[in-house]
Design a binder for this molecule. Structure first.
Ligand SMILES: [Zn+2]
Length: 413
């Protein structure tokens, strides 16, 4: 029997970095039924439901390989319009801010796979270039042949103006037939900085990226790490279509014909970074996928929910806080509770750790109440969050966030 956790959300105040948009049943659709990696049937782990208890937005996970994806959500047309017109509409300063910044990661990793002998003539493609923070690093280092793809007209023209390089406003698929590609030819290095998790059909897109690369060319993919993304945030936000662990990102890239050369998942990389090399024949990767179990996923979901009481807002408990040192906290109540509990040392440690890793303290809170108080649910959560003994047959819970309206809030970033 699957455990269902029904949470009636009575007040949700999002983080200032999120803009809430209301969305209803007719605006969303089923997006995935089977796992895109191994074709196993997906299992639902969260639903946003309206007052009629109709799911509007769902996240599902593959019980075989742990791939978490958006199984019901806004259509691709809705998402395209969002990235094109609304993603930065309420942030007029963003272009100026990004003009002061330079993202060194794609350049640094190119130097690593080149073995310290950079060739400045290499053909480089930035997919989803934004305002060009990573392009800036390449240009400063003397690279000349840089090309960009951008989803919005505004950002594409900003790149052309700022760097005087070709920037296409198109999808990855349309880029194959673009004038820019006809001129550039295939690429030696393609990078995607926190873009891959926004793409609906990652398998098809990886195939296109493979075709765009020259033989032995490298692909660089940076995405958030599933184990550090808040489950509550993932359940409410459609922008990250998928949540990758090192394991399933590895499998995706290897299945597309790449030799995986680097997988990094440290704090200092801001998430997961993978570098693969295009190979014509199947070759062993330089590293192995990092597997994790369904029990670990269940534990992560329950820890992120952090419900240790039937009635209260999200509350913290000691074991959860200790685990927080390896994950972003889910809300501000955690800090407050910890402080009240007398654990001042822990609080200071946490703040220090957060600032060292350039994380911002989240300030959203969410009042929830159980639809019907069920001591079994509480015990289930308690057992999996507060004990170290996780049974091997531990099942994934289905978490239902139930809102009082016909339309429910989704969070956009
Ligand atoms: Zn799978």
């Amino acid at each position: 029997m699957t455990m269902e956790i029904n949470l009636k959300v009575i007040k949700a105040q999002p983080h200032h970095n999120f803009w809430v948009e209301q969305i209803g049943e007719i605006d969303t659709k089923v997006k995935a039924v089977d796992c895109a990696i191994c074709a196993t049937g997906l299992v639902t782990v969260s639903n946003l439901k309206n007052r009629k208890c109709k799911p509007i937005f769902s996240r599902s996970i593959c019980p075989q390989c742990g791939f978490l994806t958006l199984s019901r959500g806004p259509s691709d047309i809705w998402m395209r319009d969002y990235y094109d017109n609304r993603w930065d509409e309420k942030r007029p300063d963003l272009a100026n801010q990004h003009d002061q910044l330079s993202n060194q990661f794609p350049l640094q990793y190119l130097k690593r796979v080149e073995g310290g002998k950079p060739e400045k003539e290499q053909n480089i493609l930035d997919v989803g270039a934004g305002y060009g923070m990573a392009i800036r690093a390449f240009i400063k280092d003397g690279y000349k042949n840089i090309f960009a793809i951008e989803h919005s007209i505004k950002r594409a023209s900003h790149i052309r103006k700022t760097f005087d390089i070709p920037a296409e406003h198109c999808s990855l698929e349309d880029f194959l037939s673009s004038a820019t590609f006809a001129k550039s030819g295939r690429f030696d290095y393609i990078y995607l900085w926190h873009v891959f998790e926004h793409m609906t059909d990652v398998k098809t897109n990886l195939g296109i990226l493979y075709d765009l690369l020259a033989d032995d060319g490298h692909i660089f993919i940076a995405v958030p790490n599933f184990h550090r993304e808040s489950f509550i945030r993932l359940s409410h936000s459609p922008v990250h279509q998928h949540a990758f662990s090192a394991n399933n990102l590895f499998l995706f890239v290897q299945d597309a014909g790449f030799k995986v050369k680097i997988v990094d998942q440290g704090y200092n990389t801001g998430g997961l970074i993978l570098v693969g090399q295009k190979k014509q024949i199947c070759v062993d990767s330089d590293c192995a996928p990092l597997r994790f179990t369904q029990q670990e996923i269940a534990r992560k979901i329950l820890r992120d929910l952090d419900l240790d009481s039937g009635y209260n807002p999200w509350k913290a408990n000691e074991p959860f806080l200790l685990k927080l040192f390896d994950a972003r906290p889910t809300n501000a109540c955690i800090l407050k509770t910890q402080f009240r509990g007398g654990g001042f040392g822990h609080l200071m440690h946490l703040l220090e750790r957060l600032s060292r890793n350039h994380m911002k303290l989240p300030d959203f809170s969410m009042m929830v109440e159980f639809d019907e108080f069920n001591p079994k649910v509480r015990d289930y959560i308690y057992d999996y969050t507060c004990t170290k003994l996780i049974p091997e047959n531990c099942q994934l819970p289905v978490v239902n966030f139930i809102y009082a309206d016909g339309r429910v809030p989704i969070w956009l970033k």
